[in-house]
Design a protein around this ligand. Structure first.
Ligand code: GLU
Length: 529
């Protein structure tokens, strides 16, 4: 028996794929070469958790010389969009992942022989599978209205019973069905969930056993409007695409028994399962879009680099078993294995991410780093945070000073913006070191200027500048730190900077003197006022 609504919909859908269904027969998971997939729904921007799940699938596939597939679960027409699809595919590509099958770019054509890889183009497959389950008696049409189901749910709630479909349409006679149809009722399709234990041997979590009776009763797999639902489509596709290992977030673990039952009913080999630990906030609470920074694009905008993010995500719930933690994508591929994935939740530690990102920033070649910094500097110029766009040579000259101090590319202006300012915004209060007053500061800066002038432009080198300025402080009975701090703020406008003498050299003789002059002037004006 076929389900008229779904079949009708599949046939009339604009996405209907008119090719005959000649899907290749997938090999049995236990002996087959690895085939894994990431199956995002394009209903939001690429989530950091999806990126981590994609990465683990990718690493597993590459480690075993298997196939990595991208499938779009786009059946939620109202919430899916091409903009999200693009955000997800671009984000995965940006992280350095490539897939062997699936749409190559957002809106693009499929690669691979098990396609189509968008669920909206596979409606005929779901219709066929639903028809098969109906024929076999593993599924049945359910005519219950939303109101009837709601009343049933409330009654169970009042009786303090777990939510569960009563099964009132499970054993209808042909006459009863005909009567419902005559009333104009439309039917959903329900899959029969038998009582009895369902066992999942999860590679990470070990043996998980759930009784069928706990699964909420017979499961709607196709809605009355003809829309096939996630639990069903995911299994039909995993079976048709020969997925050998389903590696996904732990939030899906409770769904897996239903999936196992569906695989069996469809006569398909059940894949291996590996449920990854959830990503948690530092306080152990669940990450949510509202409370946490979850969109990969936000990390990108801050100037996290792909090498740092991939390294961090690779260690988010997995470890090499050694202390080694700076790992390239290739290192991760070489070493990744599922048994070393942890069971407990993986706390998101931004400090560690910043540290790893910094490690990778300093490993970039100077040319590469200049290339990657340029868009951030350009954005800061447009936002008015720096007065002008520095040349590549200027950026390059600063790298030795800043590369070890950049946790992310977006910190470049914070770290080095003072180099490119035509005129610093100087706060007189900040110019005066804690133990000094304005007059001492004016004196100190004048004396420092004199010492620098005496040294002259020829010996304006980091290791030539320190000694005379130290001698000056000693002669005047000043603490060296105070003098250096006054100079630092005068030439940078900031109290924390790269090493002082290197900074002076990078600014140059003339600009250093000009900035000292201006700081003195600012202090004189403010002291006189
Ligand atoms: N579209 C589902 C999700 O994004 C896929 C789940 C699965 O991997 O089975 O959560």
């Amino acid at each position: 028996m076929q389900h008229p609504t779904l079949i009708g919909r599949a046939r009339t859908s604009g996405c209907y794929d008119s090719r005959p269904m000649t899907d290749p027969t997938p090999p049995a998971p236990s002996h087959a070469p690895v085939r894994v997939r990431i199956a995002p729904s394009p209903t939001g921007p690429l989530h950091i958790g999806t990126a981590r799940t994609a990465l683990f699938n990718y690493l597993f596939a590459r480690h075993h010389g298997g196939t990595f597939i991208l499938r779009l679960e786009d059946t939620d027409g109202a919430r899916s969009s091409i903009a999200y699809e693009k955000d997800i595919l671009d984000g995965l590509h940006w992280l350095g992942m490539t897939w062997d099958e699936g749409p190559d770019v957002a809106g693009g054509a499929d690669i691979g022989t098990y396609g189509p890889y968008r669920q909206m183009q596979r409606l005929d497959r779901y219709a066929e599978a639903a028809a098969r389950l109906l024929d076999q008696g593993d599924a049945y049409p359910c005519y219950c209205t939303p109101e009837e189901l709601d009343a049933e749910r409330k009654a169970r709630e009042a009786a303090k019973e777990q939510p569960r479909y009563s099964g009132r349409c499970a054993r209808l006679t042909p006459d009863q069905r005909a009567a419902f149809l005559a009333e104009g009722r439309r039917s959903a399709i329900r899959f029969r969930i038998p009582d009895g234990p369902v066992v999942v041997d999860d590679i990470i979590r070990g043996r998980v056993e759930i009784d069928g009776a706990q699964l909420g009763g017979d499961l709607v797999i196709v809605r009355a409007d003809g829309n096939p639902l996630y639990h069903f489509t995911v299994v039909v596709d995993d079976a048709a695409m020969g997925i050998t290992h389903v590696i996904r977030g732990e939030d899906h673990l409770s769904n897996t028994p239903k999936h196992v039952l569906l695989f069996r009913a469809l006569g398909a080999a059940v894949p291996h399962f590996a449920h990854l630990p959830l990503i948690l906030n530092p306080d152990g609470s669940k990450m949510s879009k509202r409370k946490s920074q979850t969109a990969l694009s936000d990390y990108l905008a801050e100037g996290f680099i792909r090498e740092g993010l991939v390294n961090y995500l690779g260690l988010l719930g997995w470890s090499t078993g050694t202390d080694e933690d700076v790992l390239s994508l290739q290192d991760l591929i070489d070493q990744f294995d599922l048994p070393h994935v942890q069971k407990g939740g993986a706390r998101f530690d931004r400090e560690r991410l910043l540290w790893l990102n910094g490690q990778w920033i300093r490993r970039l070649s100077p040319d590469e780093l200049v290339d990657r910094l340029r868009p951030f500097l350009e954005a800061d110029r447009i936002a008015g945070r720096i007065a002008r766009m520095p040349s590549d040579e200027e950026i390059r000259a600063l790298l030795p000073l800043i590369r070890e101090r950049l946790p992310m590319l977006g910190a470049v202006t914070e770290t080095a913006g003072f180099f490119f300012a035509d005129q610093l915004e100087l706060d007189p209060a900040m110019l005066v070191p804690k133990r000094w007053g304005p007059q001492t500061t004016i004196e100190g800066l004048r004396a420092a200027r004199g010492a620098i002038m005496r040294g002259g432009e020829i010996t304006f080198e980091a290791d030539e500048l320190e000694a005379p300025l130290r001698v000056l402080a000693e002669e005047r009975g000043w603490k060296v730190g105070d003098l250096f701090m006054a100079i630092r703020v005068a030439i940078t406008g900031r109290t924390a900077t790269p090493p002082l003498f290197d900074t002076m050299v990078a600014l140059g003789f003339e600009r250093t003197l000009a900035r000292l002059d201006r700081a003195i002037e600012v202090l004189v004006v403010s002291a006189g006022a």
